[in-house]
Design a protein around this ligand. Sequence first.
Ligand SMILES: [Mg+2]
Ligand SMILES: [Zn+2]
Length: 186
Amino acid sequence: MTGAGPARLAAAVFLDRDGVLNRVVPRDGGAGSPRTAAELELVPEAGAAVRRLRAAGYLTLVVTNQPDLARGLLCPQAHATIMERVRAAAQPDDMAACPHDDGHGCRCRKPRPGLLEELAGRWGVDLERSFMVGDGWKDMEAGRAAGCRTILVRTDYNTGVTADAVAGDISAAADLILGRAWEPRN
Ligand SMILES: [Mg+2]
Ligand SMILES: [Zn+2]
């Protein structure tokens, strides 16, 4: 079949932030999120990985849960500063954060797919040709719920989590996406 049709939707790589683009912060025996700019430690390979994905035609869209905002443990100013530093370092196409906690029942807090769907609507994304890369079960569940393929960044705190594929870090996740004949055909 040939001929003019509607403009083809884009493929995207949705990226979790904490544990993917920046390091988690050890806190209370678990993996926490940075609450100050001083606690933010960027993953050095993140910028290059995002650049490779974008060069291959993928939109790169960051989706992050930040319930410490709702809990009063992360001030909005520090949150804005951290987001801006991650944006400057990784240079994704867009970023969106859920500021809520479980009790709010919002649609955007992963494992719900609301953040992915919001960005997909904004950018014209074909979710079925897209990927979710994250380090937690909520990322994988949100990706599945949105219809994306899922790649887990494997760490010592997520050994029980399942996904379509597993990678050691964001750079390896980009290798997987770019090496498996899953190239977007925009
Ligand atoms: Mg994470
Ligand atoms: Zn939310």
